[in-house]
Design a binder for this molecule. Structure first.
Ligand SMILES: C[S@@+](CC[C@H](N)C(=O)[O-])C[C@H]1O[C@@H](n2cnc3c(N)ncnc32)[C@H](O)[C@@H]1O
Length: 236
C-alpha cells in the first residue's frame, strides 16, 4: 500500500462557500491525506467549524494566487468536472475515479486533484493545465455534485484502490523534470518541421496529457529522447 499522505494533494480553485472548505478538510482527514491547497479564497471561521477533526488540515492549508502555482511540481494533475461536452463536441475524454486510481492514479507519482468553483467549475484554461480529466457518473439529468461530495467520492475510490492493492506501484516512472524535458524536445521537433505556430499550444497540451497517461519509465524515456535527438539532427 502507498503512503497516500505523501503523494496526494487536494486543490480547490476559488471555492465560494466556507462550509464546503470545512467539509473537504473533514473528508481529507477521513481519507488520511492532509495537503490542502486553495487558490485565492482565504479560510474563515465557518470552515473551521465544519471541518471537525479535520481542523489541522485547514491550519496547514496553503493559499496560492493561481492554479499554475498550486500545481507546480506535480506529475499528475487531475481536473474534475461534470461537463465533458461543449455543444455536441467532446472537450476531453473523461475517466471515472475508479479507473483512474487503478491505472494511473496510484503509481507513487505526486497527484494533485483539482476541484472547481461551486458556480462555474474549472474554466477551459484551467482544465488545459490538467493531464487527466475525472468525471463522476450520476443522474444524466443532474450529474452535478456538491463540491465537497465530489471530493469525498474521489477520495473514497482512492482508498478502495489502495486497500485492494489495485495500485500499480512503479518506482522507475519518470518525474516532472523528465516529463517537461520530453515535452520540450517534442516542441523542438515541431519547430524544426515548421508546425503551424498557432496550433502548437493546443497540440502541446494534448501531448503533455498523453505523456502523463503513458506511465513512461526511465529507460523508455532515454530511448524516446535518443530517437528524437537523432531525428532533429537529421533534419538539420
Ligand atoms: C458544483 S460543481 C460546479 C459545476 C460546474 N457546472 C462545472 O463546470 O463543474 C463544483 C465542483 O465539484 C466537482 N464536481 C461536481 N460534480 C462533479 C462530477 N459529476 N464529476 C466530477 N467532478 C464534479 C468539480 O470539481 C466542480 O468544479
Amino acid at each position: 500500500m502507498l503512503d497516500l499522505d505523501k503523494i496526494i494533494s487536494v486543490v480547490l480553485v476559488e471555492p465560494k462557500y466556507q462550509g464546503n472548505i470545512g467539509a473537504v478538510a473533514r473528508s481529507m482527514a477521513n481519507s488520511g491525506i492532509s495537503d490542502l491547497r486553495i487558490v485565492k479564497t482565504p479560510i474563515e471561521t465557518e470552515a473551521i467549524y465544519r471541518s471537525m477533526h479535520g481542523r489541522y488540515i485547514l491550519e496547514n492549508a496553503k493559499i496560492f494566487n493561481s492554479l499554475k502555482e498550486a500545481v507546480s511540481g506535480f506529475e499528475i494533475i487531475a481536473g474534475t468536472s461534470d461537463i465533458s461536452k461543449s455543444g455536441e463536441k467532446f472537450r476531453r475524454v473523461p475517466t471515472g475515479p475508479e479507473e483512474f486510481w487503478s491505472t494511473n492514479g496510484l503509481t507513487g507519482q505526486k497527484v494533485a486533484l483539482v476541484f472547481g468553483r461551486e458556480d462555474n467549475g474549472l474554466n477551459y484554461e484551467e482544465l488545459g493545465m490538467c493531464n487527466f480529466f475525472l468525471k463522476i457518473i450520476g443522474n444524466p439529468e443532474y450529474p452535478v455534485y456538491n463540491l465537497s461530495h465530489a471530493v469525498a467520492i474521489i477520495l473514497y475510490e482512492m482508498i478502495k484502490a489502495n486497500y485492494s492493492c489495485n495500485a500499480t506501484i512503479t518506482h522507475d516512472l519518470i518525474g516532472r523534470d523528465k516529463i517537461d524535458t520530453l515535452a520540450g524536445r517534442l516542441e523542438e521537433l515541431l519547430a524544426k518541421i515548421d508546425y503551424n505556430e498557432q496550433e502548437i499550444d493546443t497540440l502541446m497540451n494534448m501531448l503533455n496529457r498523453i505523456i502523463a497517461r503513458a506511465n513512461i519509465t526511465d529507460s523508455e524515456f532515454f530511448k524516446i529522447m535518443g530517437i528524437m535527438r537523432q531525428t532533429i539532427n537529421r533534419l538539420q
